[in-house]
Ligand binder design. Structure first.
Ligand code: FES
Length: 225
């Protein structure tokens, strides 16, 4: 029996030594949520992981909920919903776990200043540094704010692209979208955008803003406004 991504060793072991008992349990879990969309199921799972104080499970379901389009506010609401059963200590511990994940959108006010490349007004045609290649990290992406504008920086097929960070549909955080080649898919309703042109493949009337980019020899990424 294969081990699903994120599944615990203990569960895999039980599936080997008690296949009958575990299959009943797993079927119960699958069927008990069959009328709920995945995002709602994962948010409910976050509530249970806070109550059970399961950091690994919490991280797993936070990621799944985000992948299904949940917003940071919804995740925090789910954590708070655990309060009547879990109490304040577990709620606060759960928030520590989530903050340690360093996910975009979970910075406290005043934090995340690192991602603010320029606070004042930016003149048209001005080049502004938005980060370095190194800062793109393994995810090959970076979220920055320039003069109150949210931008998403991606590395795709060895090139750097900068687009507006908010989806023109309903402001989905494109920096958390799935990247495939030079196409990013919005995590909320899966509209797809070409990183080069900004064109939306799902709605010809919509497009996301794109920016001219320059990468210096030392890895600094500059964007032209
Ligand atoms: S917010 Fe709906 S597709 Fe992006």
């Amino acid at each position: 029996m294969g081990k699903a991504k994120g599944e615990s060793r203990g569960l895999a072991y039980l599936q080997q030594v008690r296949p009958q008992a575990v299959s009943h349990l797993l079927r119960f879990f699958r069927e008990s949520g069959q009328h709920l969309e995945p995002r709602t199921r994962f948010l409910i799972s976050i509530v249970t992981k806070v109550i059970n104080l399961s950091p690994r499970g919490l991280q797993q379901y936070v990621r799944r909920a985000l992948d299904e389009g949940a917003s940071p506010d919804e995740i925090i609401d789910a954590v708070l919903c655990a309060y009547p059963c879990a109490g304040l200590t577990k709620v606060v511990d759960a928030l520590d776990v989530i903050l340690d994940m360093k996910l975009p959108g979970f910075e406290a006010p005043g934090e995340g200043d690192d991602s603010t490349a320029a606070e004042g007004p930016v003149a048209k045609g001005e080049w502004v540094e938005v980060g370095t290649r190194e800062e793109l990290g393994e995810d090959e992406r970076l979220e920055v704010n320039v003069a109150d504008r949210s931008l998403a920086v991606f590395e795709a097929d060895g090139e750097i692209f900068v687009i507006d960070g908010l989806c023109p549909h309903r402001s989905g955080p494109l920096v958390r979208g799935q990247l495939q080649g030079k196409t990013v898919t919005c995590p909320l309703h899966q509209w797809q955008f070409d990183l080069e042109s900004g064109a939306c493949q799902d709605n010809p009337g919509a497009r996301v803003g794109t920016y001219e980019v320059r990468v210096e020899d030392d890895g600094r990424i500059l964007v032209k406004f």
